[in-house]
Design a protein around this ligand. Sequence first.
Ligand SMILES: NC(=O)c1ccc[n+]([C@@H]2O[C@H](COP(=O)([O-])OP(=O)(O)OC[C@H]3O[C@@H](n4cnc5c(N)ncnc54)[C@H](OP(=O)(O)O)[C@@H]3O)[C@@H](O)[C@H]2O)c1
Length: 170
Amino acid sequence: MSLIEKLANGSSCRQKIIIAAIDKNNLIGAGDALPWHIPEEYQQFLDFIAGNTVIWGRITWTLFSKIPPSKNNLVLSYEQLYLPGAQVVTSIAEAFRIAETFSQDIFIAGGASVYRQTLHLVDKLYLSVIHGEYSGDVYFPVFDPADWIVETHTAFERYDFLIYKAKSSV
Ligand SMILES: NC(=O)c1ccc[n+]([C@@H]2O[C@H](COP(=O)([O-])OP(=O)(O)OC[C@H]3O[C@@H](n4cnc5c(N)ncnc54)[C@H](OP(=O)(O)O)[C@@H]3O)[C@@H](O)[C@H]2O)c1
C-alpha cells in the first residue's frame, strides 16, 4: 500500500492541511518558480491533491501550465479574475467557507503569503524536506516545532517527508 493510500485509510474526517516542500533553510521558492526539480516529490504532491479541495495563491496557481488533478480549486486574488479550472476568492475566510461546503480534505498549496496566513488555522503540515541547500528568495513562515507533533517521518532518496499534527487540533 502506498504512503498516500495509508494516510487516506487512516483519516475519516475532512482536514485542513498545508502541503509544502522546503529545503533545510525553509526555502520554498526562487522568484516565481521552485528552486529545485525533483519529479518524484512533485508527483507525490499531485497524488496528494488529486480529487481534493485546494486553496492556492494566485501566483502559485499561475505556475501550472495545465489544470492540476485537484477537484475543487479555490484561487486567492484581490482582483476579480476569470481563471479556467478555478474559482477565484477574495479572502482566506471566503476560501475556507467555500472549501468547507465540499466533503474532501482541504489542502493549502501556497505560496508563501498563503502559508503565512493559514499556518495557525490548519490541522496538519505535510512537509517534504528537500536534501541540500538551494538558492532562492521565498521562504516558508517560521514555525515553532513545540506547537506540532511529528506523526510520520518517511525517508526518500532526495527528500524526507514529515507529517506534523497541530497540538491545538489534538
Ligand atoms: N516549495 C513549495 O512547496 C511551494 C509551494 C507553492 C509556492 N511556492 C513558491 O512560492 C512563491 C509564490 O509565493 P507568493 O507568496 O509570492 O505568492 P502566492 O501566495 O502564490 O500568491 C500571492 C497572491 O495571492 C493573492 N492573495 C494572497 N492572499 C490573499 C488574500 N488574503 N486575499 C485575496 N488574495 C490573496 C494575491 O493575488 P493578486 O495579486 O492577484 O491580488 C497575491 O498577490 C513562488 O516562488 C513559488 O515557487 C513554493
